[in-house]
Design a protein. Structure first.
Length: 397
């Protein structure tokens, strides 16, 4: 028995999933981590029997739907419980409000202790861990298809009254939404990497109105901005910008917006964001137009890894070619050596960080993997004829 408990403890340590052994006849509970959930245990055993489960048919229960448990019977009165586990982290208030509505609300604080500091765990991992725990304890193998899966769904929200009311007010006030075709012009500017389309867009009056997402004017402006960033990042991806870069730009501008004081005015920040997206796509399209596929691939690899130490062998391995050949081919097409091109892309990224972020010059040097701040400053001045500090003083938003 001791060996089994040690194996269960090792299973918990290796997966991050809480594991508990409970015995109904004598109310014994052994838990890893050592946090007891008596109300949860009672609730799960009741659910186990109410849903017709038995030793050959364990229960997987998804609650709310933000966290889940798994339960298997290993003897007449003994059960092994896995969970609570969740696929992502939620803030304390969200968790507390949801748990307060359950039959095990008395265990709220202990549940929060587990869920707030636990690992992000998938349903599949919990099911695999349950099968392994049963095998450790009983030697039996449970087939996945024999696990009873139960989803507790929240009651659906009836939004029909809101739809009718919104439609009525829109018709009364002649306040129709902005046509999608007009929005498409804006996102065409980003997707094509063409700033002239955006300039033309700015000169024309916007027909219709942006949807009312909040009755709070301040919140409305923030919702509009976040929506615009989501759509802009997707337009940039369609234009060829890699997913990570597009989403990182979106995140950065949303964070800047979140710091704006009331009354909120996001117009300038939105213009800056669209210009950044458009410029990034334009750079990619220029590269794709002028270079062969293999050199285009090299350029993209460098652009996507500016925050790493990029070596010639890394690029050669990525392209599946010899370092000597790729070096000569690159310089022939691009007109500069690979090391010089790497510095160029790193320094372009440094300019954006100096302009849009609050990172110190030392931090930016470290982010871009320069060996020293003085070497970073030297390369920056060599290219832009001013120090990073001078650039920030004249270009920072």
């Amino acid at each position: 028995m001791k060996e089994r408990h040690e194996l269960l403890q090792m299973l918990h340590l290796s997966t991050g999933i809480p594991i508990c052994m409970i015995n109904n006849s004598c109310n014994i509970q052994i838990s890893y981590p050592d946090i007891h959930l008596p109300q949860v245990a009672k609730y799960l055993v009741d659910q186990f029997h109410e849903n017709g489960c038995d030793s050959a048919h364990p229960l997987f229960l998804c609650e709310n739907p933000i966290h889940f448990f798994a339960l298997a019977q290993v003897s007449d009165n003994t059960y092994v419980v896995l969970g609570p586990a969740a696929p992502i982290h939620y803030n304390e208030n969200t968790l507390r409000n949801l748990i307060q509505e359950t039959a095990y609300a008395a265990d709220t604080d202990n549940l929060l202790n587990i869920l707030e500091f636990g690992s992000d765990i998938s349903m599949k991992n919990v099911i695999h861990a349950l099968r392994l725990a049963v095998h450790i304890i009983t030697g039996n193998v449970i087939d996945t298809e024999n696990i009873c899966t139960l989803f507790r769904e929240e009651p659906s929200q009836n939004i029909a009254p809101h739809l009718i009311q919104n439609y009525f007010h829109a018709m009364e006030e002649h306040r129709l939404h902005t046509p999608k075709s007009y929005e498409d012009i804006l996102f065409e500017s980003i997707q094509n990497g063409d700033p002239s389309i955006f300039k033309e867009y700015q000169l024309n009056a916007v027909p219709g109105a942006i949807g009312r997402m909040s009755f709070n004017p301040e919140q409305q402006k923030r919702y509009e901005f976040v929506t615009a960033m989501a759509l802009s990042s997707r337009a940039a991806m369609r234009g060829g910008l890699d997913t990570e870069s597009a989403l990182s730009i979106s995140d950065a501008f949303c964070q800047e917006m979140d710091c704006l004081p009331a009354p909120v005015d996001t117009s300038y920040l939105l213009t800056c964001a669209i210009r950044v997206f458009t410029e990034k796509v334009r750079e990619i399209k220029q590269t794709d137009t002028h270079y062969s596929p293999v050199i285009t691939s090299c350029c993209r690899y460098i652009s996507n890894n500016v925050q790493c130490k990029i070596r010639l062998n890394d690029i050669a391995n990525y392209c599946g070619l010899s370092a000597n050949w790729i070096s000569k081919k690159f310089e022939m097409e691009v007109g500069v050596s690979i090391p010089d091109y790497i510095h160029k892309k790193k320094l372009e990224h440094a300019c954006r960080l100096l302009q849009y972020s609050s990172f110190s010059i030392c931090e930016i040097s470290n982010i871009l993997q320069y060996c020293t701040q003085s070497y970073f400053t030297e390369k920056f001045k060599e290219r832009y004829h001013m120090t990073p500090k001078e650039f920030r003083d004249t270009h920072a938003l």
